[in-house]
Every structure is written in structure tokens, then in C-alpha cells.
Design a protein around this ligand. Structure first.
Ligand code: ADP
Length: 395
């Protein structure tokens, strides 16, 4: 059975020093091996894992430095303590530079020796713990790397599946929408009011389904790096002003108003016009959706340093602090009466965030529950930012 005591090797040809040292160390609870010759020491350290080696620097047969070198080669953590007389102090200092833990000038102060040994042992324990921690960390990193690889593969497969499915679903859906419109326009023949009502429901549901499919398709394109940006220099009012007309039906229905404040002399932004329009429509639709009838929506845009900053503000139901960090995640919807009543899939803000980030911008929300919300995003100004037109992944 292996001893649990710390084992120490003492190598010294001066019998007096050796036995004195050994007795004191044994009394202190260490397991001590004492040798008088250097070649015996070189032989034993090859096979025995000593924690500490105390050796005279000038043995008659072998240089103490040799013992140090071999001991360190076999176990880099071993603490080698050199003993020297006054004449060899320089050699002992060199030995410390070569990796010896400490040196003692004879006659050795035993209390100091015991302190040095217990410090060395503590250091060994710490470095062992550190090594185990590092090994554990390396192992976890490896696992994480493998898991990430799997996850990336799965995400890619999911994105491709969604992209294909969405594409396949759009074709028949467009046929349904097209023929509903045709029937509502009475092209094939007159329809009665009950049929008109049914067709309007089919058309509305079809359009809603189409917008969900479009969002899903867009998201899968972004995730697989296939969404491309067509960047041009755009005067922001050219995108914002037409939104008044687009928003008329929903605003009129809810008796809401839309204010637009664009800073005078705002330089053009460098962006994809269609995608930017989609960002505004998603944000405005949300603001209208989550603001009670009669509320106010507002778009503000101005220059902040080298960027354009845009806010879409409403005085609607607001978002609780704990929900704010989640709303940009896919399919996240907050449980409130308006979410149920006014349909959505929880993809709108995810897409908005992805599109803004593809433009090297960022988006944040500030909101007070019950008072309203403000979504603020940044865009590069024409002369400044030139994001990768292949999308942020550049794939
Ligand atoms: P959807 O609108 O389709 O539900 P979004 O991703 O656009 O999905 O929004 C996620 C959720 O964030 C919404 O369900 C809603 O609860 C909340 N939200 C978004 N915009 C607002 C807003 N302006 N005011 C209050 N809540 C909002």
C-alpha cells in the first residue's frame, strides 16, 4: 500500500547534516529517504515520485545541478532545494534560476527549511488543482465545440427545410388569394352578400397566412446567410412618408394618429430600401396593434454622430421589464389580451433585429408597462457605413 505521507529525498555526503535534517523532517511527519551519493540519487528519482528533493550542490561524485535537471525532467512540479556552503552561493543562485525552488547556506536553519517545504507543498497542491481545472475546462470546451457544431448543422437543416416549405406553400396560397380577389371583383359572375362575406374571410385569412409564411421564409434566409441586401443611399423621408398611406386602413380602424419628425438636413442612409420599409411596417404594425384605440404613434429620426437614429414610439400598453429582453427572440409573444385578439406569430421583431444588424446597426426597446413603448434603431449614414451587401454572414 502506498504511504499517504509526503516523500522527501535528502542527498548529502556530510553524514551529520543529513541525519540531523532527516530526523527533524521525519518528526515533522514526512517520509524521508536519505542518500549519501549523487549517482544513487539519480537512480532512485527515475522510479520514485518524490515531492521534495533536498540536495547538496557539491556532491563528490555528481553535480547537484544534474540531480535538479533530472528531477525536473521527470516531474516538473517537484520542489528541489539546494544546500550550499558559502563558497558555492553563486552556483546555488544559478540553480534557482534553472528551476530550483530555493537554496540554503549550511548550517541549515531547520525552522526555515520546514517553512520552505510546506510552502513548496502548498504551491504543488495549487498547481495540481489549477491543472485539473484547466483540464476540466478544456474538456468542457471540447464538448461545447462539438455541441455547437451539431447545433449549427441542425439550425442549417431547419432553415433549409423552412425555406423550402415556405416557398412551396406560397404558390398554392397565392392562387387562393388571387381567385378570392377575382371572385370578390365578380369577374366570373355576380355573388350574393353572404358569399361575399365568406370570400372576404378567405381572403383575409389567406393574406395573414401569406405574411406569416413570408416572415418565416425571410427568417430562414437570414439564418442560413442567404438574405442579400441591395444597398443604396436613401433619403429617409422617401421611405417614411409613403408609410402614412400604407398605414391608413389600420390607423383609421383604430382612430390612431401617426406623427413623423425627421430632422432637417438628415443625410441619406445607406440601406436596403425594401428591407428598411419592412422594418418600419413591422414596428408600426406592432405599435398600432398594441396601442388602444385613439392612441398616438410617432416616428422620429435624427443624426447621432456618424449614424442615423430612428425611433418608433407609441403610447400603448407597454412591455414589462422582464419581457423586454425576450421580445426579439423568434416566436416570443407576451400573453396579453391584445396579442390574442390581434394576430401575429412572434416573428416580426426577430426579423427587424436581424435586418438592422445586417446593416451594422442595433435596436433596443425602452418601455414602461401601461404607458407605451419606444423602439430605437441605428443605421449607417450614406458616406460612413458600407456593410457587407451579402449579409452579415457574408455567405
Ligand atoms: P407579433 O407582433 O407577431 O406577436 P413580434 O415579434 O412583432 O411578434 O413581437 C413580439 C411581442 O412583443 C408581441 O407579441 C408583443 O407582445 C410585444 N410587442 C411588440 N411590439 C410592441 C409594442 N409596440 N407595444 C407593446 N408590446 C409589443
Amino acid at each position: 500500500m502506498m504511504s499517504e505521507k509526503t516523500s522527501i529525498l535528502v542527498v548529502d555526503n556530510e553524514v551529520g547534516t543529513q541525519s540531523n535534517l532527516c530526523t527533524i523532517l521525519e518528526d515533522a511527519g514526512y517520509e524521508v529517504t536519505e542518500l549519501g551519493k549523487g549517482d544513487e540519487a539519480l537512480a532512485i528519482i527515475r522510479n520514485h515520485p518524490f515531492s521534495v528533493i533536498i540536495t547538496d550542490i557539491k556532491l563528490p561524485d555528481v553535480d547537484g545541478i544534474k540531480i535538479l535537471e533530472l528531477a525536473k525532467e521527470i516531474n516538473p512540479d517537484v520542489a528541489v532545494i539546494m544546500m550550499t556552503d558559502n563558497a558555492s552561493i553563486e552556483t546555488a543562485v544559478n540553480a534557482v534560476n534553472e528551476g530550483a525552488y530555493a537554496y540554503f547556506v549550511k548550517p541549515v536553519n531547520m525552522d526555515e527549511m520546514k517553512t520552505i517545504i510546506s510552502n513548496a507543498l502548498r504551491q504543488q497542491r495549487l498547481s495540481l488543482q489549477n491543472r485539473r481545472l484547466v483540464e476540466g475546462l478544456q474538456h468542457s470546451n471540447k464538448l461545447l465545440f462539438e455541441t455547437n457544431k451539431e447545433l449549427r448543422k441542425a439550425t442549417q437543416a431547419k432553415s433549409e427545410f423552412l425555406a423550402n416549405m415556405s416557398h412551396e406553400l406560397r404558390t398554392p396560397l397565392n392562387t387562393i388569394i388571387g381567385f378570392s380577389e377575382l371572385l370578390l371583383d365578380s369577374v366570373p359572375g355576380e355573388i350574393n352578400s353572404q358569399q361575399r362575406q365568406c370570400l372576404s374571410d378567405i381572403l383575409r385569412s389567406g393574406q395573414h397566412l401569406l405574411s406569416l409564411i413570408n416572415d418565416t421564409l425571410d427568417l430562414s434566409k437570414v439564418e442560413s446567410g442567404k438574405m442579400k441586401l441591395y444597398l443604396t443611399d436613401i433619403a429617409l423621408p422617401d421611405v417614411i412618408e409613403p408609410l402614412r398611406r400604407i398605414m391608413i386602413p389600420i390607423l383609421a380602424l383604430r382612430k390612431q394618429s401617426l406623427d413623423i419628425e425627421v430632422e432637417k438636413e438628415l443625410p441619406p442612409v445607406h440601406a436596403d430600401k425594401t428591407k428598411l420599409r419592412q422594418v418600419f411596417i413591422n414596428l408600426l404594425n406592432n405599435s398600432a396593434k398594441f396601442t388602444p384605440d385613439g392612441g398616438t404613434l410617432k416616428i422620429e429620426a435624427g443624426r447621432i454622430g456618424e449614424r442615423c437614429q430612428v425611433s418608433v414610439v407609441d403610447n400603448g400598453i407597454g412591455i414589462k421589464q422582464e419581457d423586454q429582453e425576450w421580445i426579439f427572440e423568434p416566436f416570443y409573444q407576451i400573453d396579453n389580451p391584445l396579442t390574442k385578439e390581434r394576430s401575429g406569430a412572434g416573428l416580426g421583431l426577430t426579423l427587424v433585429k436581424q435586418i438592422i444588424e445586417m446593416h451594422n446597426g442595433n435596436i433596443r426597446v425602452a418601455s414602461e408597462y401601461g404607458k407605451g413603448s419606444q423602439f430605437t434603431f441605428t443605421l449607417p449614414l450614406a458616406a460612413v457605413g458600407q456593410p457587407n451587401s451579402e449579409g452579415k454572414n457574408g455567405q
